[in-house]
Design a binder for this molecule. Structure first.
Ligand code: PLP
Length: 387
């Protein structure tokens, strides 16, 4: 019955009732670890599925949302559908819009700034929605982020969800990176408001010790997905499916065949256990805090946005407020440090500032590595500043 060799851990959809059952179990486990609302669990209309990536997750929910609204307003309204997000939302949203046929002029990318630490302001959303409604457009999809890629900003989920609900929009939460931290009770607050969402996604392959790829997507209403994605060809017909005895995950995702991803996640959960996973996260955040303290004690540097999880956004501080020179200096520092081959960090731009991103996320990183990394950064910085 196996469609591919066991070595690839890939099973055909028909042959995988055990794999499907295990997937239902493990996604429910993680939902409970995250203390997600009951509606996201498999026992009712909701449930979770393991996707390959956060990009695929956002695409399938957008298609579900699109078809749901088009069923009530008619297919011709496609060009009127509007999507909302902030300018910090991951580019996967834009790609989903491109793939789902959403007109790009109907993608509202709402501006954020340092006053909210780059979180989306509910007032901006409300204003944009009202304007679109006046213009006869149809708001249908909102993406909120917990832990944006640039600076780990956290959007105010409850307030955004309220606006989404009163306008009958689908509310998706992208917590690809930071979702993992929310298994710790002290970080769970960052997904408060998730009860207002229609879908929630987090990548176990980013920060939860699971090999690439393993993106967990939960929805409250699985029928929205299956109504948009179901197919029923003769060659796949079987008694279990026809009697509705199994979950056909092929109708929750793009591909038909699927890897047995649940097995590796099951291994991770069984091998480490909830407490070890929590200490793993806590340790990374502790290391990031140490780095943040080192940066803030050095007058040549500044922390640019408050650290929330394990990412520190920092830079050489501007001398005499000359932003341009400062940006060039930081760019040179990034290049110099990265070409040393001793460590690798990355950058982003926030409010036109070139910002350095120091992220802790590797299983083997220890305090001594953070201290050594900081030494390399400081040395390269002094050299650049003395020129
Ligand atoms: C990493 C990330 C993504 C993209 O994840 P993929 O699984 O590579 O598609 C999307 N959103 C956020 C917030 C991320 O951190």
């Amino acid at each position: 019955m196996l469609s591919a060799g066991l070595n690839t851990m890939s099973f055909s959809w028909v042959a995988s009732p055990a794999a499907t059952e295990l997937e239902i179990v493990v996604v429910d486990w993680v939902a409970k670890l995250l203390n997600l609302p009951e509606q996201f669990l498999s026992k009712g209309n909701g449930g979770g599925v393991i996707q390959g990536s956060a990009c695929e997750a956002i695409l399938v929910v957008m298609i579900a949302a699109r078809d749901k609204v088009l069923r009530s307003v008619g297919k011709k309204a496609l060009e009127k559908l509007v999507v909302y997000s902030s300018d910090q939302t991951h580019s996967s949203l834009q790609k989903a819009c491109q793939l789902a046929g959403i007109h790009l002029e109907n993608c509202r990318v709402l501006k954020t700034d340092s006053s909210t630490n780059y979180a989306l302001r509910p007032e901006s959303l409300q204003e944009a929605v009202s304007k679109d409604l006046e213009a006869g457009l149809i708001p249908f999809f909102l993406c909120g982020t917990v832990g944006t890629t640039s600076s780990t900003a956290v959007d105010p989920l409850a307030a955004l969800g309220k606006i989404a609900k009163s306008n009958e929009m689908w509310f998706h939460i992208d917590a690809a990176y930071a979702g993992s931290a929310c298994i710790c009770p002290e970080y769970r607050q960052y997904i408060d408001g998730v009860e207002t969402a229609d879908s929630f996604d987090m990548n176990a392959h980013k920060w939860l010790l699971t090999n690439f790829e393993c993106s967990l997507l939960w929805v409250k209403d699985q029928s929205a997905l299956t109504e948009a994605l179901s197919t029923n060809p003769e060659y796949l017909k079987n008694k279990a499916s026809q009697a509705n005895l199994v979950v056909d995950y092929k109708d929750w995702q793009i591909p038909l065949g699927r890897r047995f991803r649940a097995l590796k996640l099951w291994m991770v959960l069984r091998l480490y256990g909830a407490e070890n996973l929590k200490s793993y996260i806590r340790n990374h955040i502790k290391l990031a805090k140490i780095f943040e303290q080192l940066v803030s004690k050095d007058p040549n540097f500044e922390v640019v946005t408050p650290r929330i999880f394990s990412l520190v956004c920092f830079r050489i501080a501007a001398v005499d407020n000359d932003e341009k020179t400062c940006n060039n200096l930081n760019r040179s520092l990034l290049d110099a440090v990265n070409s040393s081959g001793k460590l690798l960090f990355s950058h982003t731009i926030l409010s036109e500032k070139f910002v350095l991103r120091f992220a802790i996320g590797a299983p083997l990183t220890e305090e001594k590595h953070v201290m050594e990394a900081w030494k390399v950064i400081q040395e390269e910085a002094s050299f650049l500043l003395s020129k």
